[in-house]
Design a protein around this ligand. Structure first.
Ligand code: SAM
Length: 299
């Protein structure tokens, strides 16, 4: 419907170029865009930025902006309609990576964790998968309002009393749950996946967790796996590449043990994103070495 509207605007701009007085056409377009933007603004918090300069370029930019918002809406709607209860739970979560799920299963079977924490909920696919494979309390956070609302709605269907979602920045969230939920002195499995934009909370997250007296295993998504180019990883430019160099100071400062997937990327499924697993606990390190064959230690 909205796409149709945009297409109509585009054709007004480009096809009927010579059939209508340019000023009336631009005014008509302006008023249509104003209406549409105002309507979308109220629903999606888009501030209208199109008012004084009535030029073809501005109108085109406005249309492009609206088109990209419409794509977002369509994507979100598709995900909302694809309700969690209808999804085959084995097909989603952890980037649809079977080996990554195996790592998670082996870790939770080998170590008696008391809590699971995720940063970066997105649409809740991994949170959902974890909730199906663990009876533990799960805490997750998402800053994007729309993703947060969708996930919250999806989680309602699960009626899982142990699943808690927050709308906080991961750094504030970690501080809050560590303080409020008595996480200190507990065994926690933490999935750090709140990286997406230029503001990268990863180092703050690791430093915060390491400074607390918790016994943890941390899994970081989108991390470069040494000697296996087939696993994808995040590269935000400059020094901001998710590789061992990026977290080197934390590893040294807190004496962390480092593990990578034992499986070659060619046999992994789904998005084949790399990951790293860290622990500060020598007991956990030994358990992983003995009971988690899906991981190999980085020496
Ligand atoms: C890679 S996605 C997470 C995917 C999700 N864990 C999954 O497995 O389906 C990253 C998400 O983190 C969110 N995000 C980015 N920065 C954040 C922050 N500082 N705190 C919390 N969430 C953040 C983004 O909005 C995005 O939805």
């Amino acid at each position: 419907m909205l796409n149709k509207f945009i297409n109509t605007l585009k054709s007004l701009l480009f096809i009927n170029r010579y059939k209508m007085n340019i000023n009336s056409r631009l005014k008509l377009i302006q008023s249509n865009i104003d209406n549409l933007e105002a309507d979308l603004s109220s629903k999606l918090d888009i501030t209208p930025r199109f008012s004084e300069d009535l030029t073809i370029q501005n109108i085109c930019e406005s249309i492009t902006r609206l088109n990209s918002k419409i794509k977002d809406i369509e994507f979100i709607l598709a995900n909302v309609l694809n309700m969690v209860s209808l999804i085959n739970p084995e097909a989603i979560g952890f980037n649809s990576q079977n080996h990554r799920k195996k790592i998670f299963k082996e870790l939770t079977a080998a170590i008696n964790f008391e809590n699971i924490i995720e940063t970066g909920t997105f649409l809740g696919d991994t949170t959902y998968w974890i909730s199906q494979h663990s009876k533990l309390p799960i805490y997750t956070t998402e800053t994007n309002n729309i993703y947060y609302c969708i996930s919250k709605k999806r989680f309602l269907i699960l009626n899982n009393q142990k699943l808690f979602i927050s709308n906080l920045d991961s750094r504030k969230f970690l501080k809050q749950i560590f303080d409020a939920n008595n996480i200190l002195n507990r065994k926690v499995l933490i999935y750090l996946d709140s990286h997406w934009d230029q503001d990268l909370p990863l180092l703050d997250e690791i430093n915060f967790i390491c400074a607390k007296s918790v016994e943890f295993v941390v899994m970081i998504d989108d991390f470069k796996v040494p000697f296996d180019e087939g696993y994808g990883f995040d590269d935000y430019g400059g020094m901001n590449v998710f590789n061992l160099e990026y977290i080197k100071d934390c590893i040294i400062k807190f004496g962390l043990s480092v593990f990578f997937p034992a499986l070659h990327s060619s046999s992994e499924t789904g998005a084949k994103r790399g990951c790293v697993v860290l622990t500060n606990n020598p007991k956990f390190e030994q358990i992983i070495l003995k009971k988690v064959p899906s991981l190999k230690k980085n020496f």
